[in-house]
Design a protein around this ligand. Structure first.
Ligand SMILES: Cc1cc2nc3c(=O)[nH]c(=O)nc-3n(C[C@H](O)[C@H](O)[C@H](O)COP(=O)(O)O)c2cc1C
Length: 391
């Protein structure tokens, strides 16, 4: 069955969508634009407390039940910054209950184990977009759910957007840094928060002052916008969500003006659950093109994987995991950006070679998956982590 989630609304009707679906055997189109659907807040309950069931009680549950029956998922989405807009991205961020938290290697890459069957992913998009990025996102997202890409197809004739980027133009050393935690997870439980505090120790050693803003708290958004617009340097630190920026962070970015009165530079600290550097490359390409669209220059992206466990590991181990960021804070303080060989190296290996994959599976992932199990029991989970509540 082909399930189409139309996040655009009435301006795209079924007559526009149907001819674009190659296999017309069975097509169900759901208009999600007037449904109540919140952003994934990364609470992890669908993995560790009520496996397969989302903690947010809104209209997404009915979609999840359909996804379990579907073979092909088509996402119809508007675009922004040459990529999915926040309404489309939000829909995909909520797909997490289709996977298990446990990780292993599939087709040579570290991935979550599937809760149900493989799902193929296609995109129908409206507006200007970077076609190559859209195709890559489809491939990567489908592979994460064991499926293949159905392609990224424009709904109307559009001009292709290749976003140029303007490298750092600010030469002065930083004295004050605005740091934004772009995670939807409340700061108290956010891995990004722990990473930021470790990074900031390095800044503080060199006398740089900093202030923190959390996008998980919408009440802070006005003050955050003001801080970005009135300061020279901003660092946005955030977790990778379904191969790119979390839907909530996209929604915030969409509220920023496209021009500014004074020079501004945006740098990024991007981390995520999977270890391999390759996991972050599509998002990195998206980030390169973002600052120019907000009237800023690009100060580079610091990338590092393997952050799932910061939350589930014991405090001393979590502390060790974030310790390397102190040095990255020191380096940022010297240069004012991440456009340095040391920052590039921080991403680690692009892909584990075959032998290392075997060793990581046997010696490390087995232990990590047991740790998830243990953590789930502490949370009062009474079902197996690979439970299939909707089948
Ligand atoms: C909705 C969602 C999507 C995610 N997608 C990815 C992903 O595509 N690749 C990855 O490596 N990690 C992914 N992660 C893992 C997070 O990046 C990781 O757990 C991170 O440490 C969370 O940081 P936080 O606690 O600050 O939110 C995802 C997590 C969630 C909740």
């Amino acid at each position: 069955m082909n399930l189409v989630l139309n996040t655009i609304g009435a301006s795209v009707d079924n007559d526009m969508i149907c001819p674009l679906i190659p296999d017309k055997k069975e097509v169900e189109i759901i208009n999600t634009s007037d449904m109540k659907i919140a952003h994934c807040m990364g609470c992890n309950q669908c993995w560790l407390k009520t496996p397969g069931i989302c903690a947010i009680k809104d209209d997404y549950e009915s979609i999840l039940k359909k996804l379990v029956q579907a073979e092909n998922l088509w996402l119809a989405s508007d675009t922004r910054f040459g990529f999915l807009d926040y309404r489309g991205k939000r829909m995909m961020d909520r797909i997490m209950p289709m996977l298990n938290m446990t990780v292993g290697f599939r087709d040579g890459w570290m991935r979550h184990e599937m809760r149900y069957h493989p799902l193929n992913i296609g995109l129908l998009y409206k507006g200007d977009a970077d076609q190559a990025k859209m195709e890559d996102w489809c491939k990567r997202t489908a592979a994460n759910i064991g499926g293949h890409s159905l392609g990224a197809i424009p709904l109307e004739k559009t001009s292709e957007t290749t976003l140029n980027y303007k490298l750092s133009t600010i030469n002065s050393k930083p004295s004050h840094l605005i740091i934004i935690n772009g995670s939807p997870r409340v700061a108290k439980f956010s891995n990004t928060d722990k990473i930021i505090h470790s990074f900031a120790k390095g800044l503080e050693e060199t006398g740089i002052t900093w202030e923190l803003h959390n996008l998980s708290n919408r009440k802070e958004w006005d003050a955050t916008r003001e801080a970005i617009l009135t300061h020279e340097r901003t660092l946005i630190a955030f977790p990778l969500y379904v191969e790119c920026v979390p839907g909530l962070m996209l929604e915030f970015l969409e509220t920023l003006p496209t021009e500014r009165q004074q020079p501004g530079e945006l740098s990024f600290l991007l981390h995520g659950g999977m270890d391999e550097g390759n996991e972050f490359r599509l998002c990195e390409r998206f980030l390169k093109g973002l600052p120019t669209q907000l009237g800023c220059s690009y100060g580079g992206t610091l990338i590092h994987g393997g952050s799932f466990r910061i939350r589930t590991a014991k405090a001393d181990i979590a502390e060790k995991m974030v310790a390397p960021y102190v040095n990255m804070g020191r380096l940022f303080a010297q240069k004012g950006n991440f456009l340095t060989p040391e920052a590039t190296k921080f991403a680690g290996p692009e892909q584990y070679p075959w032998l290392l994959r075997k060793m990581v599976s046997l010696l490390f992932l087995k232990k990590v998956n047991e740790e998830f199990d243990h953590f789930a029991k502490e949370w009062g989970c009474t079902r197996p982590l690979n439970d299939k509540p909707y089948s």
